[in-house]
Ligand binder design. Sequence first.
Ligand code: SD4
Length: 322
Amino acid sequence: QAVLPLVINTWSFKRLALKAWSVLRSGGSAVDAVVKGCAECEVYQCDGSVGYGGNPDETGETTLDAMIMNGDTMEVGAVGDLRRIRNAIGVARAVMEHTRHTFLVGESASIFAENMGFTAGDLTTNESFSIHRQWLNGNCQLNYRKKQNVSPPASKSCGPYKPSARFQDERKDRHIDIHIHDTIGMIVINQKGHVAAGTSTNGARHKIPGCRSRVGDSPIAGAGAYADSTVGGAVATGNGDIMMRFLPSFFAVELMRQGMNPATACETAIARIKEHVPCFFGALICANATGGYGAACNKVQGFSQFPFMIYNSELNSAVQKV
Ligand code: SD4
């Protein structure tokens, strides 16, 4: 028997599960619930990894990635490297509902948002400023091979980057600090079985900025999130530079389509990545259209269980699970 509606989100942030549930209760759609749930995290800067003022890029600017997918229509709206606008998932929704496009990035996304009436402002805070200063003083060595004979940069950038054999090796299995890396991902299935899934994040800390911007997995359909109302939905968090190559959310939904239960679908999709990149940091949550759910993570760096929030009609409140 179906246990619907269902709200499920990555990590142990309760306020967005409560928000999404209240949106459903007041007659909102699954898309409304995901968008308003994730927006709650953008406002409250969950963990510093969502919304303004977190994970600055290597020039110190915070930029945002987000997407929303409607599992009834298979429409997607997404933004990557969004600047100046706090409500990234709202802009993603506007892309889905007001354009014939799927994914806007960088300045185009920001200008589109401004034209749609989203408030623009500086996404930097004292905290993100000081994270950036500390990184510059530490030689910018987190994401790139250490440059030879270079003192801490006075400039705002750590580039240019020259690929080297060593750099290629590191890329295959790069160690990423899990504490600088989170995405809010949410799946909502309403009473009628309509599925929506979405994500919002400020991405990886100290990513490459500007015209060569790094965009993570979170706004990519099938990587960060996927929804199909005939099957269910999935959302991912973790090292997007690795995870986007395997489209884990799409893969998990397709496994559920073949009859796999959500927990096993999550584990199988994580295991596929692990075959190629054993130490990647990442997790996936899945839900099927009858309200079954599960989660899996790659057990590395002392990260043995993945916390997520669940709210359904049986629990009748938002409960943290692992
Ligand atoms: C990214 N996947 O941009 C995002 C960040 C994240 O847990 O989820 N970290 O790579």
